[in-house]
Design a protein around this ligand. Structure first.
Ligand SMILES: [Zn+2]
Length: 140
């Protein structure tokens, strides 16, 4: 039987003690770990933010190149399983954002044509339309 080294509560594997705790030799309950990591984040917030801002500035071209890697210069109109319709230039990033597989309905070089098709599908009853206009909110 082990106790938490901070609050002395009895450690129960899988309940208040992470399964990897014994293997890693960490004898702290989950709530104590949560408190200490939150404090650590708060104490290092300024340094972390500064680090990531500098990191982004130094590697901006790499970030952009990584985004553009999956872009093929086309506008894609896609549909999700639940009937959500959208348009994007970067299908890979959009699939990650939606956390699902996307079905590509149409690909075109023209942004306005893609937008037109998307609008038509929304008007036909498919979900995904952005912010409603004032007229739509009133139901006119
Ligand atoms: Zn504890």
């Amino acid at each position: 039987m082990r106790n938490c080294c901070t609050c002395k509560v009895e450690l129960v594997k899988g309940d208040n003690w992470a399964l990897s705790g014994e293997k890693a030799g960490v004898y702290k309950c989950k709530s104590c770990i949560k408190i200490t990591s939150k404090l650590h984040r708060q104490n290092n917030l300024a340094t972390n933010k500064e680090y990531w801002v500098n990191h982004y500035k130094e590697n901006k071209s790499r970030y952009i190149a990584n985004l553009e890697r999956f872009m093929d210069g086309l506008y894609h109109v896609y549909m999700r399983k639940d009937g959500y319709v959208g348009a994007t230039t970067n299908l890979n990033m959009r699939a990650i954002k939606h956390k699902t597989i996307l079905c590509v309905l149409h690909s075109t070089e023209s942004a306005s044509k893609a937008s037109e098709l998307e609008e038509f599908l929304h008007d036909s009853g498919y979900k995904g339309k952005g912010k409603k206009t004032y007229a739509q909110q009133l139901g006119i």
